[in-house]
Design a protein around this ligand. Sequence first.
Ligand code: DX5
Ligand code: ZN
Length: 228
Amino acid sequence: MAVNRVGDRRAFRVAPSLLSADFAEIRAQIELVERAGADYLHIDVMDGRFVPNITWGPKIVKDMRRLSPLPFDVHLMIVEPERYVDDFIAAGANIVTVHWEATVHAHRLVQQIKASGARAGLSVNPATSLSVLDEILPYVDLLLVMSVNPGFGGQSYIPTSTAKIAEARRTINTRALDVEIEVDGGVHLDNVADVARAGADTVVMGAGIYGTKDPAATIRRVRELCAR
Ligand code: DX5
Ligand code: ZN
């Protein structure tokens, strides 16, 4: 099954979030999910301003690039992301997702990401309606629906997110857009099938993978539960 190709929308994808990995063992933690068939590595960049937490900058992304051939799915939870997208792409990001709430000129920024050679993702917080994306949606490669308030791993899935995912799926299908739907936050074995059924192409899982006893077995189980 060809699931690793960026942009292959027929595939269901699993994107382990390194936020819940043991940073002191990052090489082993990456190899673990890679061997188990992860499709992307989800890398959460936080600035202590857009969200309360602080994580990684471009240097560590560049260094981790040597550890894995998997697509790097970089989720920027930072204000003024336009100042940093080129640095993350130069560091090896394959997908760069910015928040609609964090930038004034989303259209310009999406073009900037694509022109720099990455796929462009746009994310919305739980409080943001999909309706604000009507104009920008045809320009993005990926829509990231946040199913928790961004900033921390291990939070609970917000139940109304399922209807939002379904709405995103309906809109994208009706308008025949080529946009991947990714869902991020609180996804575990007990709700991942619902998330996939609602219309997610890709699920981000942090605690739901790295917090389990056997992360590799968890990834395999996710695939079984979400087989298309
Ligand atoms: C949250 C991050 C997520 C986080 C998800 O702000 O964007 O990617 O790692 O973690 P879980 O799956 O544990 O909710
Ligand atoms: Zn994320």
